[in-house]
Ligand binder design. Structure first.
Ligand SMILES: O=C(CO)[C@H](O)[C@H](O)COP(=O)(O)O
Length: 252
């Protein structure tokens, strides 16, 4: 396994070990390439503990992960109060604000984060930054209803200070990316000044008619786990504490 994959695994395993307890019955499962390790580790907790649990996916990919692990699937309309949601992130700042939506799942991801008693992020070391927009340069993902995309782009270019905002295009299909909810995604890069307190720009974007959800999650996470190249895990907590967990505590 290469260093980045290994650091994703370490972050996910440590977060599950510290947060997913036998008494947790309703569990939200995020999206992306780090989350399969979350599902692996939960699966390793054994049949007995998983028997009474229901897992809520944030999209098609996590639904498949839950089903292929043989875990029970539910949805947030049946289970609006989730014990814990664990999800990946595209970038996380020093105050645990994060950018999400690199995989275009941020609407369901935010619903499951907000529905959860505890929301925890897992990522590799590249995502651990002081300010959002440091390494993840494509911008803030914004889900929009299709017929409003040009109007929202216009607002972003001329009123909200993102002149390079673009509609996200599909790779192996002609035309735009279509989300699991049938919407489009705009990626809107912002200057550093907007990322110092991202809640402000998040609220302004969300107020634009036609916007369904913004991929800025501000003040939502309890903790963020970052796997490091040296085999340690850095844990940032919502009260500002930073812990470093030694490699030996992370064995599978
Ligand atoms: O927000 C997301 C999808 O919408 C993902 O959680 C985010 O893109 C992180 O993915 P990865 O673990 O592959 O880096």
């Amino acid at each position: 396994m290469d260093l980045i994959e290994e650091s994703k695994r370490l972050a996910a395993y440590t977060a599950v070990d510290q947060h997913v307890k036998p008494e947790h019955k309703i569990i939200g499962v995020g999206s992306g390439s780090t989350v399969p390790y979350v599902v692996d580790r939960i699966f390793q907790q054994g049949k007995e503990v998983n028997k009474g649990r229901v897992f809520i996916p944030t999209g098609f990919q996590s639904r498949q992960l839950i089903v292929s692990a043989g875990l029970s699937l539910g949805d947030v309309d049946e289970y609006p109060a989730i014990d814990i949601t664990i999800d990946g992130a595209d970038e996380v700042d020093h105050q645990l604000n994060c950018v999400k939506g690199g995989g275009a799942c941020h609407l369901r991801e935010k619903v499951l984060a907000e529905a959860a008693h505890t929301f925890v992020l897992v990522a590799d070391y590249r995502k651990n930054v002081q300010y959002l927009g440091t390494n993840f340069l494509s911008g803030v993902p914004i889900e929009v209803v299709p017929f409003a995309y040009a109007k929202v782009l216009n607002n972003l270019h001329h009123s909200l200070g993102s002149p390079k905002a673009t509609l996200r295009m599909a790779v192996k299909k002609a035309g735009p990316v279509v989300t699991d909810n049938g919407n489009f995604v705009i990626d809107a890069p912002f200057e550093r000044e907007h990322m110092i307190d991202p809640q402000i720009i998040m609220s302004k974007i969300k107020m634009l008619t036609g916007v369904v959800e913004v991929g800025l999650f501000c003040g939502m996470a309890k903790a963020a786990y970052f796997g490091n190249e040296d085999g340690t895990v850095t844990i940032r907590w919502d009260d500002g504490r930073i812990e470093q967990v030694a490699a030996t505590q992370n064995e599978a």
